[in-house]
Design a protein around this ligand. Sequence first.
Ligand code: SIN
Length: 492
Amino acid sequence: MNSDVRQLTNHELLRSACLIGGEWVVGRGEDWIEVLNPSTGGTITTVPRLGALEAEQAIEHAVTAGKKWSRVPATERSALLRRWFELVRAHEEDLAILLTLEQGKPLAEARAEIRYAASYIEWFAEEGPRCYGDVIPSADPHTRQIVIRQPVGVCAAITPWNFPSGMVTRKVAPALAAGCSIIVKPAEQTPLSALALAFLAERAGIPAGVLQVITGPSRAIGAVLTSSQDVRKLSFTGSTEVGRLLAAQCAPSLKKLSLELGGNAPFIVFKDADLERALDGVMQSKFRNAGQTCVCTNRILVQREIHDEFASLLAARVQDLRVGDGFSDGVEQGPLIDKAAHDRVQSLVDDAVAHGASVLCGGEPHSASPLCYSPTVLAQVSSGARIARDEIFGPVAALYAFSDEREAIELANSTEYGLAGYVYTRSLARAWRVSEALECGMIGINAGLISSASVPFGGIKQSGYGREGSRYGLDDYTELKYLCMSALDSEL
Ligand code: SIN
């Protein structure tokens, strides 16, 4: 057993089987995926490598269980979700340990993610019973027009490795609250958090088949989930490239889709901004999770007059970040998820330098462990460098200079992505103007940390569509049904 696993208080949370139809299964027990600790490279445990057959079985269970679940009153579903929320909070420390083990983020960040994950369950437990319809006035006095919301049906969720708990509950909680059943396929690198959450959901009394988790190769399982006529909705968080592929695979069965895809967030600092606040914002929005979040600042656009001062103040903070194993005291940045991610970040830095960027700190692998990358600040980056177009997904802050508001907006919008954007200014008028002009689904105004269960998370352009969290996030798991009630003039 991996030594860090011994820190767990409740060893039942470490699952090496999948939850399908209310049973913990391993398939034929012949094929396994090794789950690695990115900090040490060691194996934590194995989970089954299931495939098309088990995915089909899960869909059958989801259809049967989903029909019953949709008829459970929303208040009862809410009570079960609340129980699940309480169990997640009660097991916060163990869930955080599992998260740090498989994902690498510092334990303090993992604890915050578990609270964040739990907040989605709590939010949707409360929001489910408020899934209102509408009455639309009719031109005909003998007719009433009513709109009701009904669960979309069987859902599938393909979740990423960067937030292995938060992205599961952000999809599962609204699905369950709305009366849908859901099958989760977690990322191969981080299945343990999803399995532990499913274990607690089962303990909370969520009925068999309503929430299922299947581990295995994305291609085989994804092909079944996307092609099935019985699966009525797919929610995916991941790259734009894979999102496009899934959308194409879902097209023949005309599934409802929520796609939370890549980003290239601009972070605009005007010369009238509170610089200390802007620096705090960059630290939060760039270096959280070692820069591996979809809403991470990707391009820091700084007004020319303050560019050099801002760059050196930022470098002073960044070079103090403590890097290492997420379990070590005081560590603020863990490893990247795998070697491919590490090599990609290095190649983006090399390309930026080749295009004239100056390295104020970092710019190279970190000695703490093979997957750690040094927190990096690059100044005077050229907009022709690859790092200006590609999602960095690593701890590299790239600064660009701009002259005026018009140029800032033009630069900020010169990307195919449109997830998050950030604006720092003391001018209320400018904050409004720039926020309205930015082509993004979410804007932080003098704020670097913008996510919460109560707000709609999602993007536009090639960052996808659909919203998660908030009352809008519940809508995404429902269908509208219009009832036309006529002949109210005659007694039936
Ligand atoms: C993400 O990276 O997709 C999620 C980040 C967040 O919820 O803030």
